[in-house]
Design a binder for this molecule. Structure first.
Ligand SMILES: C[S@@+](CC[C@H](N)C(=O)[O-])C[C@H]1O[C@@H](n2cnc3c(N)ncnc32)[C@H](O)[C@@H]1O
Length: 201
């Protein structure tokens, strides 16, 4: 994608949505409002309890918000994103900074093995339960994943976009599925509200 097109896509997104999806460190966004409240502080606070975490993958990273914040405190991050335009914007914005996190364009439901100390899975898994084929691939993704700790943020239960979904999942259903297919045992709610955030390890 050409730089001009990318810039136009960024402007369009901000105009249509009334701001950035999540916080970014770039000067040009300094006065831009943010749709999703910052979750990094809570995640970083939680990570202080785990001494053995060095690497992380932000799965469905969008423009990479979490990677900037986690690299700031020393984690070696990879941003994974499948959408063409989103991936171009992610790279364009990253190149304007000195951040070192890597980026990878991949559909994680097509045999991707998520292997890192931590997996960041925020506002993502609802996309994976909308259709039966995707749901089956989601199970496969979970079973292949190798990690010590996962951060999972759910969208609000009963959201309109989920009306005709293959699975009508509550947050507890997601947690049970993740635990079952990753063999993790512990769960902690670390942020309450419409979009609850959980630590699973
Ligand atoms: C609602 S956004 C959430 C962004 C980010 N995780 C956050 O909460 O700040 C979901 C993102 O996941 C990406 N995504 C959806 N399905 C994906 C897949 N199968 N593989 C990789 N990325 C995916 C979308 O393109 C989008 O950027």
């Amino acid at each position: 994608m050409k730089t001009l097109q990318i810039k136009e896509e960024i402007e369009k997104y901000i105009l249509v949505n009334g701001g950035l999806y999540a916080n970014l460190p770039h000067k040009e966004f300094k006065n831009c409002s943010v749709i999703i409240p910052n979750r990094s502080e809570i995640i970083i606070k939680e990570l202080k309890r785990h001494k053995n975490i060095k690497t992380g993958i932000d799965i469905g990273s969008f423009w990479g918000s979490l990677c900037y914040d986690l690299e700031n405190v020393g984690y070696d991050m990879l941003a994974v994103e499948h959408a063409d335009i989103t991936f171009s914007i992610l790279n364009y914005l990253k190149k304007k900074t000195k951040y070192k996190f890597k980026t990878k364009k991949v559909d994680v439901l097509k045999g991707f093995k998520a292997k890192a100390d931590m997996l960041i899975c925020l506002n993502l898994f609802h996309h994976f339960v909308k259709k039966e084929a995707r749901y089956n691939a989601f199970i496969n993704f979970l079973e292949k994943a190798e990690f010590k700790i996962m951060f999972f943020q759910a969208v609000k239960e009963g959201e309109k976009q989920m009306q005709n979904a293959f699975k009508q999942f509550t947050n507890e259903d997601y947690i049970d599925l993740i635990k079952k297919h990753t063999k993790k045992k512990k769960v902690k709610l670390i942020l309450d509200g419409d979009r609850k955030l959980y630590k699973i390890w």
